[in-house]
Design a protein around this ligand. Structure first.
Ligand SMILES: [Zn+2]
Length: 143
């Protein structure tokens, strides 16, 4: 292994044909979602057919990056070795404004301060290959 290869500090999600556009956009810190052009609903996670109507006419659109916490759990034991130095941390289900739910970490505040219905916005953690992992932070934070 080359010595200049950065050591991952996160589990780095694999890329599939269905998820490639999502991950490519994260290189520019852009959150994008699939939309079904038949029923006009956002889709997450990325897949080949709409889970609502089974339509396969799907396009990618930018997401606002804003949402609200649907549920949260504070982890005091790391779920994997990459998270050992991050405990305690907040694992949350976030409902995006577009109507889809994703699992993520809430950062930028104390884990115990994360509450259901808290307004959050996307923030990015770099991965070693140029992609970024979408995390969320309280949207009341100033830039
Ligand atoms: Zn559909």
């Amino acid at each position: 292994m080359a010595h200049d290869t950065p050591t991952p500090t996160r589990f780095e999600p694999p890329v599939s044909d269905d998820t490639a556009p999502f991950w490519e956009a994260t290189r520019d810190k852009q959150l994008v979602l699939q939309w079904c052009t038949s029923c006009q609903k956002a889709i997450f996670y990325p897949r080949a057919a709409c889970p609502g109507c089974l339509g396969d006419t799907i396009e990618w659109r930018p997401a606002t990056g804003f949402g609200r916490v649907h549920a949260v759990s504070v982890q005091h034991k790391p779920a994997n070795p990459f998270m050992a130095d991050k405990v305690p941390y907040a694992v949350a289900l976030v409902d995006l404004d577009e109507g889809v739910r994703l699992m993520t970490n809430i950062v930028g505040c104390e884990p115990d301060d994360v509450a259901v219905d808290m307004a959050v916005r996307v923030t990015w953690e770099p991965l070693t290959d140029g992609r970024h992992l979408p995390l969320f932070e309280p949207s009341a934070l100033a830039d």
